[in-house]
Design a binder for this molecule. Structure first.
Ligand code: HEC
Ligand code: HEC
Ligand code: HEC
Ligand code: HEC
Ligand code: HEC
Length: 168
């Protein structure tokens, strides 16, 4: 490659790399891992209209929405559907004090900081980032959650976009 072509191509490669980072489709859209018990949001949050916050207790006050302990399940399942094999298993783990190891669906890289309460306080609905979970038999990731996705919405809503907002 001659010098002139090299001079031209270096900035082009840099631009392409940045564009790739910003617009690359996340490899996680559609990710929907199996769970230790097939937990059905449609039955709970949809048909039985249990509020998201009943189980995801941290979502309004903290960075993490949190996933409930088995004791929360037992508020109902010490009585409800106790004959079903999955509930028998649930009760068994509860009695043995074995926590269920729920597999993370959404997981940002460690260098990104995210905060649920900041979004909920500004009236951003769960469905904007998670889709209509109340209709999901099995949770799956629907939004890319890549940098472009976050930054675009911040721009549209006059939320901060400087790097330190999301990167430590
Ligand atoms: C009865 C309890 C319960 C209710 C009500 C509930 N969830 Fe969940 N949720 C869970 C459990 C348990 C998990 C972990 C298992 C799984 O991922 O399916 C979970 C997982 C999730 C996840 C994926 C977490 C991850 O690992 O990334 C999201 C997103 C979510 N819930 C959103 C919601 C929304 C939105 C609502 C209300 C429409 C809601 N949930 C209502 C119990 C509940
Ligand atoms: C507010 C009450 C309530 C809570 C809390 C609750 N459930 Fe349920 N769950 C129900 C009801 C109601 C049903 C439907 C029962 C039926 O159809 O007979 C159900 C059904 C189920 C089923 C059977 C689903 C199927 O396909 O038939 C499973 C498994 C289950 N729940 C797991 C859980 C787990 C795990 C938790 C805790 C993270 C939990 N539930 C918390 C009320 C609750
Ligand atoms: C602005 C986007 C956005 C909104 C709005 C949002 N979430 Fe999340 N949620 C995320 C991201 C991003 C993660 C992954 C966080 C991580 O890996 O650090 C996540 C993770 C979760 C998890 C996994 C546990 C945790 O806290 O990391 C649950 C459960 C969850 N969200 C539930 C909810 C519920 C319920 C609502 C509405 C009350 C909601 N989310 C609103 C983006 C959002
Ligand atoms: C649906 C629009 C929307 C999406 C998508 C979104 N945000 Fe936000 N974000 C907001 C709004 C609105 C605020 C509130 C700003 C405020 O409190 O004034 C906010 C605030 C924040 C804050 C707190 C900023 C502060 O003031 O210190 C962080 C951190 C953050 N967002 C990170 C993220 C990350 C990371 C993602 C992507 C995974 C994301 N956001 C996706 C709209 C969004
Ligand atoms: C609103 C939140 C937000 C803001 C503001 C933001 N980023 Fe990011 N950034 C993210 C998210 C989320 C990811 C992870 C994307 C993914 O996993 O696909 C990311 C990833 C990155 C990466 C890629 C690292 C890797 O894992 O490959 C770099 C580099 C980066 N950001 C730099 C910056 C710089 C420089 C700025 C300021 C101009 C900035 N970011 C502003 C949310 C943000």
């Amino acid at each position: 490659m001659n010098k002139k072509a090299l001079k031209l191509s270096v900035p082009l490669i840099a631009i392409a790399a940045v564009a790739y980072l910003i617009f690359s489709p996340s490899k996680y859209v559609g990710y929907s891992p199996d769970q230790p018990i097939p937990f059905n949001h449609k039955i709970h949050a949809g048909d039985n209209k249990v509020d998201c916050r009943y189980c995801h207790t941290g979502v309004e006050t903290g960075a993490h929405a949190t996933v409930p302990n088995t004791s929360t399940c037992m508020n109902c399942h010490s009585m409800v559907a106790t004959e079903k094999p999955d509930i028998k298993f649930l009760i068994e783990t509860y009695q043995k004090k074995q926590p269920l190891e729920w597999v993370k669906v959404h997981d940002l890289p460690d260098h990104v900081q995210f905060n649920h309460s900041r979004h909920i306080q500004r009236g951003v609905d769960c469905s904007q980032c998670h889709g209509n979970v109340a209709e999901m038999v099995k949770v799956k990731q629907v939004a890319s959650l890549n940098m472009g996705y976050c930054v675009n919405c911040h721009r549209e809503n006059n939320a901060p976009t400087d790097c330190s907002t999301c990167h430590r």
